[in-house]
Design a protein around this ligand. Structure first.
Ligand code: DC
Length: 223
């Protein structure tokens, strides 16, 4: 009989977490929770409200008032802020950089932690982010740390943005990936770290299919 596991996928941006968590959740018929999209949605709301990140009270108030949720329609997954589909709006390079700053704020992390635990506590979920295996669900039954070289990750991000019609420069995209790695790894609150018990996967020269097979084989032992 299959179990309702909590599966954590952490790692830097562009390592393939979103693709793999979507594929894994589809295969296992699990719920997919893209926690990066949640932080991006907070950043969008911060930007729209014109909140200064130094104003901790305003930030806290905003986080308490936000209604962030996911919807799935067949293969398509969208993220919503109230009754607005913000899936595309949150993916611009500007929003990526702002999200890196917003997600370093304690008030934001505290609010998202509560929400993510509520969303995942019953199991049957794949959560992807930076601190899932280390902070959000340290007791997750299966933890992956997905990595790839900065060059490979930047190139993947570049291809993805171009496919979505966003005009970007390759070298700048790679530089931004590195810039975000530094910010995400060096922040005080829940930095990007590899949990001791995480299974490390380096996807630099692996195809999506190879990574998927590897992960499924690891998960199988827990089902
Ligand atoms: O995975 P992503 O690129 O969509 O994440 C956007 C930003 O959010 C990134 O700068 C790291 C941050 N983030 C985080 O701090 N904690 C998470 N669990 C997920 C994302």
């Amino acid at each position: 009989m299959s179990k309702n596991l909590i599966i954590a996928i952490d790692g830097p941006s562009g390592a393939g977490k979103s693709t793999l968590s979507r594929l894994l959740s589809g295969r296992l018929n699990y719920i997919n929770i893209d926690t990066g999209a949640m932080y991006r949605t907070v950043a969008l709301a911060v930007d729209r409200a014109g909140i200064d990140l130094a104003d901790r009270h305003a930030l806290d108030q905003l986080c308490q008032s936000l209604d962030i949720h996911f919807k799935r329609d067949g293969e398509t997954e969208t993220v919503w802020l109230g009754n607005e589909d913000v899936s595309t709006l949150i993916r611009t390079p500007e929003m990526s950089l702002l999200t890196s700053r917003v997600s370093a704020c304690h008030e934001v992390r505290a609010a998202m932690l509560i929400l993510q635990r509520q969303m995942g506590e019953d199991g049957g979920v794949v959560l992807e982010g930076r601190d899932i295996g280390s902070v959000v669900f340290p007791n997750a039954q299966v933890k992956f740390y997905l990595n790839a070289s900065a060059q490979a990750r930047g190139t993947r991000r570049y291809d993805e943005l171009r496919q979505n019609g966003v005009e970007v420069d390759l070298n700048q995209t790679i530089a931004e990936v590195i810039q975000r790695d530094v910010a995400d790894s060096s922040r005080e609150n829940a930095p990007l770290i590899q949990a001791d018990d995480a299974i490390v996967v380096d996807s630099t020269s692996m195809s999506i299919d190879q990574v998927l097979k590897f992960m499924l084989a690891k998960i199988e032992g827990h089902l």
